[in-house]
Ligand binder design. Structure first.
Ligand code: PGA
Length: 236
């Protein structure tokens, strides 16, 4: 399974290094693929089993894009993993599907592992299943769903950072539909915590999780990694 942490705009460079060191100890004892996305200012050349990716980058080698980073800055630290289409970039920073697809194409050409996020806002969920699926489908526009280095994360916007989660049946239903759109591993994200991760990971067509706030403490994130191992052992 893939167990990923999105640290967002949290932890200093110093604290991130300690965090990654701690999580790496757990990852080394685990069979899971562990990814961590720290703040851009905390990127570095980590020689770890934990795969460190960037939360964002501009589709360019370098240039006049104030506040952004490009390929040159990522290559300095051998970063080859990127999060694209996260709901905070779509809805807070206003990234359009067209721009997101452009980013996707650029980093695909560079061979990056791409964790691509999709998910509906509350009003679409309330409008019903068809409206929800239609909204999510539009987020697949311009995306190569067969890209071999692609991981998709389904993250309902209303479940991110709110403590609310869809029912397990709803997660299963959406994941089953989304699996028809792409053979890529499909993660669930949105208020995953130590006390619900086991249930979420047991859902059919859930290949892992993308965790935000509950992953901010290395100890908690390590517990989640260990739970994923336990579940896999039981399944065998
Ligand atoms: P959350 O965030 O776990 O805090 O809900 C998930 C995410 O935004 O990736």
């Amino acid at each position: 399974m893939i167990i990923a942490a999105n640290l967002k705009t949290n932890l200093t460079r110093h604290d991130t290094a300690l965090y990654i060191e701690e999580v790496d100890k757990c990852a080394k004892q685990s069979k899971q693929e562990v990814l961590v996305f720290p703040a851009i200012s905390s990127l570095d050349s980590f020689e770890t089993k934990v795969e460190v990716g960037t939360q964002n980058a501009y589709p360019t080698v370098k240039g006049a894009f104030t506040g952004e980073i490009g390929l040159e800055q990522l290559e300095e630290f051998s970063i080859k993993t990127i999060l694209i289409g996260h709901s905070e970039r779509r809805h807070v920073l206003g990234e359009t599907q067209e721009f997101i697809a452009q980013k996707f194409h650029y980093f695909k050409e560079q061979g990056f592992k791409i964790v691509y996020c999709v998910g509906e806002p509350k009003e679409k969920r309330e409008a019903g299943k068809d409206a929800t699926l239609e909204y999510i489908s539009a987020q697949y526009e311009g995306i190569d769903t067969n890209y071999e280095n692609l991981i998709i994360a389904y993250e309902p916007v209303w479940a991110i950072g709110t403590g609310l989660t869809p029912t397990l049946e709803d997660i299963q239903e959406i994941h089953t539909q989304l699996k028809q759109k792409s053979p890529a591993p499909l993660l669930y994200g949105g208020s995953v915590k130590v006390n619900n991760i086991k249930d979420v990971l047991r859902v059919k067509n859930v290949d892992g999780v993308l965790v935000g706030s509950a992953a901010l403490y290395a100890e908690h994130f390590c517990t989640m990694i260990a739970y994923a191992d336990e579940l896999q052992l039981k399944e065998k």
